[in-house]
Design a protein around this ligand. Structure first.
Ligand SMILES: Cc1cc2nc3c(=O)[nH]c(=O)nc-3n(C[C@H](O)[C@H](O)[C@H](O)COP(=O)(O)OP(=O)(O)OC[C@H]3O[C@@H](n4cnc5c(N)ncnc54)[C@H](O)[C@@H]3O)c2cc1C
Length: 340
């Protein structure tokens, strides 16, 4: 059996662990955070992640906890708007995870990574592995320590996002603005979110104008968002984010493979990040279960995933907003934020 160490107990790491366990494997999951911690966010589980959830017996549960979005040709929804906490709690059930353990270094024999060094309760420990799977997110310390290159392309825009924990009647609203940026809302049984593109001006400038002006402009552009946006009480509740695309020319080196956000980060228009990461986990679990050695599993993984993931990277709408975005003449005043 391949000795697998999974670094990161986020959505992708937990899914991989469960899929491996379902295949008779015994992976070790190392997570630097405490049990039950996750970043609250508006979340839609895309259809790309459905097969992994179906295999784990969680898809019906997610649909019951959330709301179906659209309908695909197979009759299933194309996405599920669901509280991300529900997803994380369901995935964590029954998976042994070493919480509070950070991976701080890699063990090596020649060019090969042969394990990890962790820090946590009880001090430092060295753990041997045939394969270390980096599921440690976009900043991926493991990717950096393994010397796998990440190309980061900052977008030329920013987003203001609000998250409400009040149930929302409206399911979904989305429009492109005249500069190609998006304004959107999503609602699920326990909450809702609203988000819009703005110029990359920094948080201070973005939140300097009067909040009511922001609310009114948002509702003018996307009336479906009114019940969410009306709940914003102060700028402190609004997140300012400057997104970037991330791609890795290579996904593995002997002893280490990167999947999920540590391998690819898509632009905010796509909403596919988790779905593609869950597919990564599915493919890697199958490759590890089928192959007797770690390198063969990585090669098989890449053969399966390149044709699926690279087109998403190439076609990401974010590419059109790298470099100055031309603001068309006659742009509605509400689209210009902060107002001049
Ligand atoms: C605001 C927002 C909204 C989003 N909405 C959607 C959406 O609607 N649909 C969608 O499909 N995707 C969405 N995404 C993207 C999606 O959330 C990510 O693609 C997904 O969570 C990636 O999961 P991951 O497990 O790869 O990484 P992460 O969730 O980042 O998990 C990485 C884990 O690794 C741990 N870790 C890091 N370093 C170490 C270390 N050295 N040692 C041990 N542990 C470590 C971290 O603590 C963390 O738990 C959204 C993202 C954001 C930020």
């Amino acid at each position: 059996m391949i000795r697998t160490v999974i670094v990161g107990g986020g959505m992708v790491g937990l899914t991989l662990a469960r899929l491996l366990r379902a295949r008779g494997q015994d992976p070790l999951v190392l997570e630097r955070g405490p049990a039950g911690a996750y970043q609250p966010r508006g979340f839609m589980l895309g259809y790309q992640g459905f097969d992994a959830f179906e295999e784990l017996g969680l898809l019906a549960r997610m649909r019951a906890a959330g709301r179906d979005v659209g309908k695909g040709p197979d009759g299933r929804p194309v996405g599920i708007a669901v509280d991300v906490g529900e997803v994380m709690r369901a995935l964590a059930e029954g998976v042994p995870v070493a919480y509070g353990r950070s991976v701080v270094a890699l063990l090596r024999e020649g060019d090969r990574v042969t394990g990890v060094v962790t820090e946590g309760p009880g001090g430092r420990a060295a753990i041997g592995a045939d394969i270390v799977v980096a599921c440690d997110g976009r900043a991926s310390p493991v990717r950096a320590m393994a010397g796998l290159e990440a190309e980061v392309h900052p977008l030329d825009d920013a987003y203001l996002t609000y998250l409400s924990d009040v149930p929302t009647r409206q399911l979904f609203g989305f429009r492109y603005m005249s500069d190609g940026g998006m304004i959107t809302m999503l609602g699920w049984p326990q909450g809702g979110t609203a988000s819009r593109r703005i110029d990359r001006v920094g948080r201070e400038a973005a939140t300097a104008p009067d909040l009511e002006r922001f609310r009114a402009g948002f509702i003018e552009l996307l009336p479906e968002a009114e019940e969410v946006v009306r709940r914003i009480r102060s700028w402190d509740e609004v997140r300012y984010v400057e997104p970037a695309l991330l791609r890795c020319p290579r996904w593995w080196t002997p002893g280490v493979v990167v999947i999920g956000d540590s391998a690819h980060v898509f632009g905010p228009d796509t909403g596919v990040g988790a779905g593609i990461g869950l597919q990564d986990a599915h493919a890697l679990a199958e490759a590890i279960a089928r192959e007797a050695d770690a390198d063969a599993a990585c090669e098989r993984y890449v053969t399966w995933r390149e044709p699926a993931v690279r087109p998403y990277e190439r076609l990401d709408p974010g590419w059109s907003r790298i470099g100055p975005v031309a603001a068309p003449p006659g742009r509605p005043a509400a689209e210009v934020w902060p107002p001049r």
